[in-house]
Write a protein that binds this ligand. Structure first.
Ligand code: UD1
Length: 366
């Protein structure tokens, strides 16, 4: 029997863990302990995912909540350490690039517990992002690097990480997309609720610190989205971070009624919105891929992306949020000419990533 402590804390990690935990718990030789740091704590940011996706209830919730980077990460580190000392697992499994990822990996490595990192090897090459620091440090502390793509493997090799600890398993988010799409189809009523028609709206999300914490960028982004909504309704589930930055700007009053800002939505509604949007505009990493899984074109509101294959394939275009005019003109071009040049390919595997994660954990443990 191998004991694995899985660490999650933020919304995208619940989606990834949903796919992997199902496979881990289906194996008789594995005991998984799920630790939630509490980085995300609102019902719509956390509980709804556990409920809809039937993720097992966390065995431990540290309840760390929000705070400055150091304070948040430090509290997680100390809480995770206590649990690891108590549980003595064979593996600590961490996901992605959040502060919960970094804290989990650091707590484990200092206790000499092997770390497995799902979504290893992604790089934006922009160290101003907290996520980039979290990824680099986590990869260099990990014993098993579970990369989603060939490009990610190349990044790890270039940084001197041993080929023996790297596996290209594919993307666990693709597993989740395949598994949950039929349920979303049955259960989500979001289109009816918002009076939207298939391909008759744009889905937008904005939550990255680079975009929300700079008032000039945030204002130009929201003015651009507002202007686009005159041609095609824009639906934007609002992340709490963005909501509070917008309140400081006070621009909400001047927005069109076809610019629909709504509360954060669960996974099923998000699938339905992504599948049915004419295109997506986002600064999220996960949503860029989800758009591709459902073959919805995407404009990425950033200067770079970790998911470079999507740009190469023509499904994704980078639109740095520096000029309002540039954002509007890219969106208009996409409204007039959907991505006919986009190529078919499956750079994220075949939906078997979670099984490959389990295989790697079992094989390296032997
Ligand atoms: C975090 C991750 C980011 C990931 C994102 C997914 C880091 C450094 N960033 O960013 O990589 O893409 O999660 O959403 O780990 N808040 C609430 N309720 C919640 C959670 C957050 O109100 O349930 C508010 C708080 O005001 C908080 C702010 O959102 O201060 C930011 O939350 P935080 O977890 O620090 O980072 P995210 O922006 O969510």
């Amino acid at each position: 029997m191998i004991k694995i402590v899985t660490i999650v804390g933020a919304r995208p990690q619940f989606v990834k863990a949903a796919a992997v935990s199902r496979v881990l718990r289906g194996h008789p030789g594995v005991k998984e302990i799920l630790l939630h740091t509490g980085q995300h704590y609102d019902d719509q940011m956390s509980e709804i995912f556990f409920h809809e996706m039937q993720i097992p209830k966390p065995d431990v919730n540290l309840g760390v909540g929000s705070g400055p980077q150091g304070e948040q990460t430090g509290q997680m580190l100390s809480g995770i350490e206590k649990i690891l000392i108590q549980e003595k697992p064979q593996w600590v499994l961490v996901y992605g690039d959040t502060n919960s990822t970094l804290a989990g990996a650091l707590a484990a490595v200092k206790l000499h517990i092997p770390v497995a990192h799902v979504e290893a090897g992604l790089r934006s090459f922009n160290k101003a992002m907290p996520e980039e620091i979290n990824r680099i440090l986590t990869d260099h502390m990990s014993d098993l690097l579970l990369a989603p793509t060939k490009t990610a493997v190349e990044h790890l090799l270039l940084e001197g990480i041993s080929v023996h600890s790297i596996r290209n398993v594919g993307d666990v988010m693709y597993d989740a997309a395949l598994f949950y799409a039929p349920q979303a189809e049955k259960k989500s009523r979001i289109l009816e609720g918002l009076s939207l028609t298939p391909k008759g709206f744009v889905l937008a999300t904005v939550h990255r610190a680079e975009n929300t914490d700079d008032p000039i960028i945030l204002e130009s982004l929201f003015q651009a989205l507002n202007s686009i909504s005159k041609d095609l309704p824009v639906v934007l589930p609002l992340h709490p971070r963005t909501r509070s930055s917008l309140e400081k700007l006070n621009i909400k009053k001047s927005l069109n009624s076809s610019f629909k800002m709504i509360d954060p939505v669960g996974y099923f509604d998000m699938i339905k919105l992504t599948q049915n949007a004419r295109f997506v505009m986002t600064d999220s990493g996960g949503l860029q891929k989800e758009a591709f899984f459902y073959r919805t074109p995407c404009l990425t509101l950033r200067t770079e992306t970790e998911w470079v294959e999507l740009v190469d394939l023509g499904w994704n275009e980078l639109v740095p949020p520096v000029s309002k005019e540039a954002i509007i003109s890219k969106a208009q071009a996409l409204m007039e000419k959907p991505t006919s040049s986009a190529k078919e390919a499956s750079p994220y595997g075949k939906g078997q990533a979670s099984v490959k994660v389990l295989d790697a954990l079992l094989n390296i443990a032997q």
